[in-house]
Design a protein around this ligand. Sequence first.
Ligand code: NAP
Length: 294
Amino acid sequence: MTDETRAPVTVIGLGLMGQALAAALLRAGHPTTVWNRTTAKADRLVSEGAHLAPTVGDALRASSLTIICVTDYQAMHELLGANDAELDGTTLINLTSGDSTQARKAAEWAKQRGAHYLDGAIMAIPPAIGTADAVILYSGPQQDFENHKSALDALGTATYLGADHGLASLYDVAGLAMMWSVLNAWLQGTALLGTAEIDAATYAPFAQQIAVGVAEWLPGYARQIDSGAFPAEVSALETDVRAMGHLIEESEAVGVNAELPKLIKAMADRAIAAGHGGEQYPVLIEEFGRRSED
Ligand code: NAP
C-alpha cells in the first residue's frame, strides 16, 4: 500500500502516549490529523507531517477513524460531548485506560451518537508503540476491528478479544494483577534475603527462574479451574498453607513485612475451613472470585 492509499487517521490527546500513537501512524504513512488541549504538544508531530486541527470537531471530520487517548473516560466525555463533536458515521477507538463498566457505557453512548466504537487497552509504554512489542487489546464489533486493522497494525500488535466492549479493560486489569503480584513476591523475597546481606541483583536471576517455572503451571491449573475439579496432583492446599506459615514466621523473625503473606494465608485458611485442604492450590479461585467483605 502506498502512502496515498493509507487511510487518514485522527488522534485526539497528545500526552506521552497519544504522541507516540500519532508518530507511529505518521511513520507508517497514514495522513494523520491531531488535536490536543495544550496545542504546543503537537509541534513535533506537525514538523513530522501531522495536520493540527483547530477544534475537536475539525479533527473528527478530518478522518473516518479517530483514536482518542486521554487521561480518563471523564476527559473523553468532556471532549467529545461538546456540540460540534459530530460522531455520526465515524469510527471511534478509545485507547484511554479505564474499567469495563466505563467501556460498556462509552459503547452505549457512542452508539446513541451514531458512531462505531471499539474500546482498547495499551499493554505497552510509549517508546514501544509502533513495534511488535506493543500489544494493544481491542474489544467491540469484530467488523469494526477488521475495517481498521491496517491502521491498528501501525501501532503495535493489534489483538482482538471479542464483541463485549468491556473485555479490553478486563484483560488490562488482569494483566496488572499479574504484573504486581510477580513484582510483590520478588520484593518480599528480596527483603528477606537482604537481611542476610544478599543484594537484589544476586537474587534476581534466581527469582526470575522461579517466576518462569511457576508460569509454566498456568495452563494445567487453568484446566482444573475450568473443569471445577482440583485433585492434588503435586501438592495439597494444606501442605502449601504450612509453607505459608514458614514464610510469615521467617519474615517476622528477621523483621520483614509479613502483611502480604498473611493476607494470602487468611484466604487459604478460609478455603481449608470450607473443606478444600486436600485439593490443589487453584481451588483458591473460589476465594478470589468472592466479593471482598470490607
Ligand atoms: P499524559 O501524558 O498525562 O496525557 C494525558 C492527555 O490527556 C493529554 O493529552 C491531556 O491534555 C489530556 N487530557 C486530560 N484531561 C483532559 C481534559 N479534561 N480535556 C482535554 N484533554 C485532557 O498521559 P499518557 O501517558 O499519554 O496516558 C494517556 C492514556 O494512556 C491514559 O489513560 C493512560 O492510562 C494510558 N496508558 C499510558 C501508558 C504510558 O506508559 N504512558 C501505558 C498504557 C496506557 P493536555 O496535554 O492538554 O494536558
